[in-house]
Design a protein around this ligand. Structure first.
Ligand code: A2P
Length: 260
């Protein structure tokens, strides 16, 4: 079988701010992935390019959905996103064949609470996981945090979580199991500060009404920029949680969200 990416059709594009947009593309019938995994995405090579520019993107849609959704940053001179941000319905997007990643339920040991710490487009893998019934079967409580610079950058997540109430598959399972905590760093907002500051000050746990992180009950997934991941993982490890992987499930897992 060829390893070349497949050519998919853009179904829908939505712009949230001058830095963020989401898009949906067709999904090949044979394309399977686990909620939380990422895949290579690209655009056909330009006449002066030898090969297409491909980048890793977390799949934001649930694994049962007919189309594939992605949440992307726009980097004005980024090799891929400078072009990708201009796609329109009907355009062609290249889709890799092999989804992979560590932000999957199987890379964590069973626990009581599942934290999903995200910044910016790092919410994408969690957008998939919070629409997966298995997430609610495995955990009593899901705490999804999303920290952005400005309010408009929270809209993708706020709208998604709001829509879950009426979701035919997970709507009833969710009940009050899912807590969505949003914070901003560069605009006034009820909860202000980086996720790292909120963990350090304990404000995160006070706001969620839960005890501080502990390796017996809590499992953590982290997705954001490299610095955000490094800093947050260090704090989480400081509470005694150990990093896991697909081959060796443990108490927390991390993945860098795409930039460029
Ligand atoms: P800040 O505004 O203080 O830089 P970005 O859009 O640049 O990826 O940032 C998304 C969010 O992640 C912003 O709120 C930003 O805060 C925050 N952030 C950036 N670096 C870190 C880090 N090292 N640890 C935690 N949060 C971070």
């Amino acid at each position: 079988m060829s390893n070349a990416p497949t050519e998919e059709t853009v179904i829908d594009v939505e712009h949230y701010t001058d830095r963020l947009f989401s898009f949906n593309i067709s999904r090949p019938k044979s394309f399977r992935f686990r909620s939380g995994e990422f895949i290579m995405i690209g655009l056909p090579a330009l006449p002066d390019q030898k090969r297409p520019v491909m980048r890793a993107y977390s799949v934001a849609s649930p694994s049962w959905d007919e189309s594939l959704e992605f949440f992307s940053i726009k980097v004005p001179d980024g090799p891929l996103t400078s072009r990708l941000q201009k796609i329109k319905k009907g355009d062609t997007v290249l889709l890799g064949r092999k989804p992979v990643g560590t932000l999957v339920l199987d890379a964590l040991l069973p626990g009581k609470r599942l934290y999903m710490f995200s910044t910016g487009t790092g919410i994408a893998p969690f957008a998939s996981l919070i629409r997966d019934p298995e997430t609610y079967e495995r955990y009593d409580q899901i705490i999804l945090t999303h920290t952005c610079r400005q309010k408009a950058e929270l809209s993708y997540g706020l709208r998604l979580v709001e829509s879950l109430k009426d979701d035919p598959l997970v709507g009833e399972m969710i009940g009050d199991k899912l807590l969505h905590l949003t914070s901003l760093t560069r605009e006034d907002y009820p909860l202000k500060g980086r996720i790292t500051s909120l963990i350090e000050s304990g404000d995160l746990f006070t706001n969620a009404g839960v005890p501080p992180l502990n390796p017996e009950e809590d499992r953590v997934m982290i997705c954001g920029s490299k610095d955000m991941i490094d800093d947050t993982a260090k704090l989480v490890a400081g509470f005694g949680l150990k990093e896991g992987s697909n081959s060796q499930p443990a108490e927390f897992v991390v993945e860098k969200s795409f930039v460029g």
